[in-house]
Design a protein around this ligand. Structure first.
Ligand code: SF4
Length: 506
């Protein structure tokens, strides 16, 4: 086996560059396939490498069994995406792989390691290479050099960080892929599709990378850093062909369109919706959007093409926060967007963020007022999570608001920061209070069950709701992941500390 691409058995997390959080801390607790791995595997296979993908985290594979399987596969290279909340355990798992296989090459990618490459490579010898930025081609070029002895000097592989001469060598950044249609479709045949189910219907679900890039400057979001500012759209014909392939080859009819702002180009969305509708594929899908990029005609077209839910980064109900996070939307635009969705018969998911440095109880109360006013079908209140490379991280570090010791503990649900007015504990209490007070409205429960539409879905909603309430009412405040490592194995390594970080007390 040339390359084994894995999701380590270190807890169930969204490992997207933009969304790095525990699955169980979100309202819709869905396990999406690791499409980042499938995209990298597709390029490797195109270039003649033998690959396999193992999603140990979604499969719930115990550490020992995962290591046993990896020992049996004996890959020459192991590759995975690391995120900020999983980093400590990812590094510990990389060490186990090195201990097991000795000569194996361990390669990491991901938004968080891209910005911490020097710290990780200098402190963690179990990591051999870090791929920075968009890395499908980088991985294949590296594999060509190491596994096929192609005469490409390491220094000429763009977007690569590695050790050399006692220091970290960073090759120049790799330009973003201009034409996404050049990339092969993800290697879905390497995934165990049965692991990925819609929590609502129980049907198999998959994601489709429709677009990459975001031109907006939101201070907390790594999307423009990870995917670039120009929005790169896939050709509608290519996307439609991939959808058809999923339907015909795998029987998959439920999709999430992955794109930082799926509705950025009105013409493209209308063209795609028309194509899906005319193809008669009878699919069901969701996407992410911005409140200022939709209109009634677009929503009607999306509904006809099978769109049932749209997620919006609302962030805040307070004009000061909307302005200072540079979201570039007004409160009334948010209200209008949710009204338009309701009129179009598309369900809405609102994502709020609590805990920007300047926020007081007044700001969080304004979020709750807006949430009640727009009355979304699904909602999350995430604690601001300062990700590497973002302006928010620099801000909380400079203003001594950063709780670095909590960064590993879970992402959006366990505060890794505080505000000047509110402690981490107060932010946690506000989050729970906001979620519980909105979930437990009788009108909300009645509407959710009414809209479920079938006994099976009603049962799934009741089950998901009960689980969510149990989680919110429990006292679990931190990730149990590290403790899940068996006692008879070596302790996980401590996480890398960011050189410029200042941990503070609440
Ligand atoms: S609009 Fe803002 S939050 Fe949304 S993807 Fe772009 S930068 Fe991120």
């Amino acid at each position: 086996m040339d390359v084994l691409l894995i999701q380590p058995p270190t807890g169930s997390y969204r490992r997207d560059d933009r969304c790095q959080s525990r699955v169980e801390d979100q309202t819709i607790q869905v396990h999406f396939p690791p499409m980042d791995l499938a995209h990298h595997a597709a390029v490797l296979e195109r270039d003649g490498f033998e690959c396999a993908i193992r999603d140990y985290s979604t499969a719930g594979t115990p550490l020992g069994r995962a290591l046993e399987e990896i020992g049996g596969i004996r890959p020459k290279m192991v590759f995975f995406s690391s995120t900020q909340p999983t980093q400590a355990n990812d590094l510990a798992f990389a060490q186990r792989i090195k201990d097991l296989l000795g000569e194996v090459t361990v390669v990491l990618r991901g938004e968080s390691v891209t910005f911490q490459d020097q710290v990780i490579l200098s402190e963690y010898p179990q990591v051999d290479f870090i791929l920075r930025g968009e890395s499908e081609e980088t991985l294949s070029e590296l594999a060509s050099l190491l596994l096929k002895a192609k005469p490409i000097p390491l220094e000429e592989i763009a977007g690569l960080s590695f050790r050399g001469g006692g220091m970290t060598i960073r090759t120049p950044d790799r330009p973003f892929i201009k034409d996404l249609n050049r990339l092969p479709w993800p290697a879905r045949h390497l995934l165990d599709q049965s692991l990925y189910r819609s929590p609502e219907t129980g049907n198999t679900i998959t994601t489709l990378y429709a677009a990459r890039g975001c031109p907006y400057p939101c201070i907390f979001c790594p999307a423009p850093l990870a995917s670039g500012r120009p929005v790169r759209l896939r050709a509608v014909s290519d996307l439609l062909a991939e959808i058809r392939h999923c339907v015909e080859e795998y029987g998959i009819r439920e999709f999430l369109f992955h794109g930082d702002t799926f509705t950025y180009s009105r013409e493209w969305v209308l063209e795609l919706c028309r194509a899906i509708e005319e193809a008669g594929l009878r699919i069901r899908w969701g996407c992410n959007s911005r409140v200022d990029t939709i209109d009634p005609e677009m929503l009607r077209a999306m509904k006809r093409a099978g769109c049932w839910v749209i997620g919006f980064g609302v962030e805040s109900g307070h004009e000061e926060t909307l302005k200072r996070v540079r979201k570039a939307v007004k409160r009334e635009k948010i209200v209008e967007a949710f009204r338009m969705c309701r009129e179009a018969g598309i369900r809405s998911h609102a994502f709020f963020v609590f805990g920007f440095p300047w926020e007081t109880e007044e700001h969080l109360a304004a979020d709750l007022v807006l949430a009640r006013e727009i009355d979304p079908d699904f909602f999350d209140f995430n604690i601001a999570y300062p990700l590497p490379g973002t302006e928010l991280l620099a801000m909380v570090q400079n203003e001594s608001l950063y709780h670095e010791e909590r960064v590993d503990q879970g992402g959006y649900a366990v505060p890794a920061t505080r505000t000047h007015a509110l402690s981490a504990e107060e932010l946690d209490r506000w989050r729970r209070k906001a979620l519980l007070s909105l979930y437990l409205r009788p009108s909300y429960i009645a509407r959710t069950l009414w809209l479920a539409g079938s006994p099976r879905k009603t049962f799934n909603y009741i089950r998901a709701g009960a689980r969510r309430l149990r989680q919110l009412l429990s006292n679990r405040r931190s990730s149990p992941v590290i403790e899940e490592f068996p006692a008879d194995s070596a302790e996980p390594l401590p996480r890398a500390s960011l050189p410029e970080a200042k941990a503070t007390g609440a």
